[in-house]
Ligand binder design. Sequence first.
Ligand code: C2E
Ligand code: MG
Ligand code: MG
Ligand code: MG
Length: 281
Amino acid sequence: QAKAIGKNVHLRFRADMEESVTRRFTLLNDLRGAQEQGQLILLYQPMIELRTRRVIGAEALVCWDHPQHGRITPSTFIPVAEEHGLIESLGEWVLEEAVRQCSSWRTRGLTPLRLAVNVSSAQFRDAMHLRNMVDRVLRRHGYPADGLELEITERQIMRDPESGVASMKALSELGVAMSLDDFGTGYSSLGHLRDFPLRKLKIDRSFTDQIDRDPAGLAIVRAVVELARNLGMRVVAEGVERESQVGPLRTSECAEVQGFLFGAPMSAAEFERRLLRPALA
Ligand code: C2E
Ligand code: MG
Ligand code: MG
Ligand code: MG
């Protein structure tokens, strides 16, 4: 009896394992073609200035509309792209498309926005290559470098902090600003924070989550704001979902917020319809 159960469990385990290996394999195969076949799309999440509650920017987030599996989130396929050398070309496509979109909004005289684009550490391996690529894209669309922010997660940058510093410096020379994403989840030391030329620290949702319920959460956010101020950086709170989080964030003097309360990631068309207006002359 026990043996039979054991065998069953074993068989089921193997079947699961094979299924996930197969799935990962087809995912990878499909991903190779996704870019050319126009299956990648960008969603935009509003960046809000907390004091005025005004939309001051848009963060581009890539999604994959798979013909069979439907919409796949970046957390599923970005790691696969990173692991298999596809992230550089994917990242370049994302930057090009996001800059094209934002630049067309500006040309049409809509509310001028800052644009934030996420990048991976693999894109930081060659600082000059990245710098030239970003420069080319900006020039092609006549988009100002100081209207662009590139976000890298703390976890990603800590894989190779030295290349990170070199790339961040090269980008800063262009006039592009750098943000440290998911701050608090990636084990960077205070020494690194001083070396990275950062404009923003984006505090991870896991810290802002409990800010209205747990005094420790609030203490952490306050300490980060204070630290950032002394280093000349702005603080952004990610993942704000409830109005009750806004008060504590304001008293902490957090500069910007993002989250479902102010707007979930949405298509460019929806962003334009809901959030953009002709800019006042
Ligand atoms: P991120 O840059 O920290 O983006 C924020 C993520 O949190 C997004 O998930 C967004 O949908 C989600 N989010 C925003 N507000 C809220 C909220 O109030 N509550 C909750 N529960 N979630 C919220 P998404 O789109 O799944 O993106 C996940 C991550 O994938 C991003 O995290 C970013 O690190 C990465 N990613 C996205 N696009 C790209 C890209 O083009 N290139 C690279 N390298 N990474 C990307
Ligand atoms: Mg981000
Ligand atoms: Mg984040
Ligand atoms: Mg994140």
